[in-house]
Ligand binder design. Structure first.
Ligand code: GDP
Length: 459
């Protein structure tokens, strides 16, 4: 139990139907007694059972009536924080809500820091660190796929997967410890083959979990996407089709898209952060030349390139340059779009098909191809079979997983080169530490403070 009783407004600071002020800590119900007079029942808040509520009036410390409200009582340990808690739901005006909060402070509560309610839930053993982090993800979720992953982590899915890895390591560490600590006893030496099997299995799991990071990031913040192609293939038309507006200038004069036009569009659960770039064409024009250089740099840093080709024209040097540029990039996903499918086909499709894993035929002008594009996007970014698609992984968690993975690799190399078991024991202990830091079972105060500093006040 933390010594302070904290309070904050848990709903957005905006006019609305209802606002909620949450109070948590040893004196939460004592404070509620001071400022709340029940109408719908006789008992004071401190006499009420947990999970019950009362209609009544809330007063300032000086006895001025502030509002009528509903007060809900939670009793430790059956509350979000694990402490005694009260929630006051009053009318949702900013002025009223802040006055009620001021009254709560005047009665002895202190302002809650960012994420402090959830931090207390973690410190009181109500949530693991990964579950606490998922709370913020649930709040920020904008689509079903990301929400589902965050909700699974909140339900303990990531914790369980990590625990399974950590238990495997723990088993191995136990055997190694016994062998190292009691050299005189008749404990059989752990066989390198057995160790390698367990470590390889654990490493595979860790990598599969860690690989979900990119997928999580993309579902959360959108796919950084470049629409590339020579002038006049229909990049602006495609962007307008996706965005549903006339944002890019569409003309049939090559080179009209002078610079990068940016737009966010949603396709189902996926948000594309689109840039419609100048075509990758050699040019003498200085203004357009600067745009093209920018476009080239953008290709290298994107998550996704939509490479557009014109069905009604033969491939030329600019197209071939784009194909080569895409092939030379590593870690960037590419979808080739053969546009203008409504026109007679002149393009050598085989060159495109042989150069790209994902090829679709669309007609941006006719509004045809959005669904096809969405299907490929899902295949590439949502249902990848090399990762766990049901859990979200954030940057901190990925760091811990990758560090644990590196230690395991190091241990495997050490085993094959015949290093002593006590040295291997030390390396595996470090791997175990990273996994326990991830779940919060052995996280430093600095790590915990860092995690909760990203939360909002009132959560
Ligand atoms: P960009 O230079 O690559 O951005 O190309 P634009 O989007 O400006 O399009 C160039 C020309 O091609 C315009 O006249 C468009 O109307 C036309 N266009 C774009 N997409 C299609 C399509 O799918 N079919 C046909 N027939 N014309 C298209």
């Amino acid at each position: 139990m933390q010594e302070n009783t904290i309070a904050a407004i848990s709903t957005p600071r905006a006019a609305g139907g209802i606002s909620m002020i949450r109070i948590s800590g040893e004196n939460a119900l004592g404070i509620a007694d001071m400022l709340f007079k029940p109408i719908s029942r006789k008992e004071k808040p401190s006499e009420m059972d947990g999970y019950t509520c009362a209609y009544g009036r809330v007063f300032s410390k000086d006895g001025e009536e502030l509002d009528d409200c509903i007060l809900t009582v939670f009793r430790a340990p059956r509350s979000y924080t694990g402490e005694d808690a009260a929630e006051i739901s009053c009318h949702g005006g900013i002025f009223i809500t802040e006055r009620v909060l001021r009254a709560v402070y005047d009665c002895g509560a202190v302002p809650a820091g960012a994420g402090e309610f959830t931090k207390r839930a973690f410190l009181n053993g109500k949530l693991s660190l990964t579950q606490a982090e998922a709370v913020m993800d649930i709040i920020s979720a904008e689509g079903k796929a990301f929400y589902r992953r965050a909700a699974n982590v909140k339900d303990g899915a990531l914790f369980k997967s990590i625990k399974a890895c950590s238990d495997k390591l723990l088993g191995l560490l136990g055997e190694l410890d016994a062998w190292v600590d009691y050299p005189d006893e008749d404990i059989p030496e752990v066989s390198p083959e057995n160790m390698n099997t367990v470590l390889a299995e654990t490493l595979y799991e860790i990598r599969k979990i860690s690989a979900g990071y990119d997928n999580t990031r993309i579902l959360k913040s959108g796919i950084d996407t470049v629409i590339a192609g020579k002038p006049n293939v229909g990049k602006s038309t495609l962007m307008n089709l996706l965005a549903g507006t006339e944002k890019s200038i569409v003309t049939d004069i090559p080179g009209t898209t002078r610079d990068i036009v940016e737009e966010s569009v949603r396709l189902g659960d996926i948000v594309l952060r689109l840039s419609d770039t100048a075509g990758l064409r050699e040019t003498e024009d200085i203004v357009e030349g600067a745009g093209i250089e920018k476009a080239r740099r953008r290709l290298e840093t994107a998550d996704l390139i939509i490479a557009v080709f014109d069905n009604s024209a033969a491939l030329n040097d600019d197209d071939m340059r784009l194909i080569e540029s895409c092939k030379s990039l590593s870690g960037v996903k590419v979808i080739a779009c053969i546009n203008k499918s409504d026109k007679n086909s002149v393009i050598d499709k085989n060159i495109i098909i042989n150069s790209f894993d994902n090829v679709i035929e669309i007609s941006a002008e006719m509004g045809d191809g959005k669904d096809l594009l969405q299907d490929v996007l899902y295949k590439l970014f949502v249902t990848d079979s090399n990762i766990y698609n049901d859990i979200s992984v954030n940057e901190r968690q990925k760091q811990c997983l990758d560090n644990a993975g590196k230690c395991i690799e190091e241990a495997m190399t050490a085993i094959s080169s015949g290093t002593t078991l006590d040295a291997i024991n030390i390396i595996l202990d470090e791997a175990q530490n990273y996994l326990l830091e991830l779940t919060g079972e052995r996280a430093s105060e600095a790590v915990i403070n860092e995690v909760f500093s990203h939360f909002c006040v009132g959560k």
